[in-house]
Design a protein around this ligand. Sequence first.
Ligand code: ZN
Length: 59
Amino acid sequence: MDCSYCGSDLAAYEPLVVEREVDGDRVQEGVFCNYACLSARIDDAELTSGEACVWTPDE
Ligand SMILES: [Zn+2]
């Protein structure tokens, strides 16, 4: 298994496995060699700026 972000061989690490739930099923989002890669991957994918975080002050 390789890191989803940097491609490092995870045999040398305690991999961080990220899963999310889609329609009740757990889907593996990625595996990462450390939190830096996880954080970078989140920034790249803009996972923090999706529709779930849209602020709608008129409601
Ligand atoms: Zn990595």
